[in-house]
Design a protein around this ligand. Structure first.
Ligand code: BEZ
Ligand code: FE
Length: 289
């Protein structure tokens, strides 16, 4: 007859690690044994109480319950803890001359409508007209033709389509570079906004001095065959909260000036009757591998 094993406070970690080391996939075994060790260390270091353990369980449950196909509260949690940016940075150690990557965030939607160069993705929503234009190039300067820029942003109230009950695509579009690698998109100037504060993440953040704000930005995703996929943002130079972004997403190289222009010719070859803003940015892609 086998004897029951008595685990103690001192032996439980080794026992749990040994159990999870039996995972069939070696990487799963590595991840799970490290997770067990770090969780146990956390509980020991903080002398976690049962009430605190239960509060954490309730918080995780609420985080799952508020999530759906349009809201990713766990991603938001990872973002505000700085975990998302850590994972992005250690997985995208790009050449310093390449455009740096940042967090995806919870609001990207697949299947954005394709727009022609210079076509307006704001569909007349209120805001300052903004043209963002430039090129997509490889590290050696070669223009990348046919690159698709998947673009999304919040409206002038800081709200994303995913937060609204709307059927039509809103403030998101795909633009394709021409033969010279050039692109030109038309939109409205974004404003800074607070991350969603009505869920468990907001509840935690509101019990700290952390500002829930993100600086004004536009998101870009470039998945071009032969190049490292790039998920990034452009931030407005001089915007509030550039030095306190709640998700740690700002990089100096991604801050661009929005220059005010008087009514007149616009970069798409058209003409604006009202003042507009111009931002220029050349995306530099790193070859894959
Ligand atoms: C965003 O910029 O869309 C975003 C990123 C991380 C958390 C919340 C929002
Ligand atoms: Fe955003």
């Amino acid at each position: 007859m086998t004897q029951p094993t008595t685990v103690t406070e001192d032996t439980i970690t080794d026992a749990a690690v040994a159990r999870w080391a039996t995972a069939h996939d070696p990487r799963t075994a590595e991840l799970m044994t490290a997770l067990v060790r770090h969780l146990h260390d956390f509980a020991r270091e903080t002398h976690l109480t049962e009430d605190e353990w239960m509060a954490a369980v309730r918080w995780l449950t609420a985080t799952g319950q508020i999530s759906d196909d349009k809201r990713e509260e766990f991603i938001l949690a990872s973002d505000v803890l700085g975990l998302s940016m850590l994972v992005v940075q250690q997985n995208h150690r790009l050449d310093p001359a390449a455009t740096p990557a940042t967090v995806l965030g919870p609001f990207h939607i697949d299947g954005s409508p394709e727009k022609a160069s210079g076509e307006d993705m704001s569909d007349g929503l209120p805001g300052d007209p903004l043209f963002v234009h430039g090129s997509v190039r490889a590290l050696d300067g070669t223009p990348v033709t046919g690159a698709v820029l998947d673009v999304w942003q919040s409206d002038a109230d800081g709200t994303y389509e995913a937060q609204l009950d709307v059927d039509e695509a809103r403030l998101r579009a795909k633009y394709t570079t021409g033969d010279d690698g050039g692109y030109c998109l038309r939109t409205i100037a974004p404003l800074g906004y607070a991350i969603p504060m009505d869920g468990p993440v907001g509840d935690l953040v509101s019990r700290t001095d952390i500002s829930p704000m993100r600086p004004a930005h536009i998101h870009f995703l470039l998945a071009v065959p032969g190049y490292e996929p790039l998920i990034t943002h452009l931030f407005r130079e001089g915007a509030e909260f550039l030095d306190s972004d709640v998700v740690f997403g700002v990089k100096r190289e991604l801050v661009v000036g929005f220059t005010r222009r008087e009514p007149g010719p616009t970069p798409d070859g058209g003409h604006s009757e009202v003042p507009w803003y111009e931002a220029r940015y050349d995306f530099v892609l790193q070859p894959a591998g």
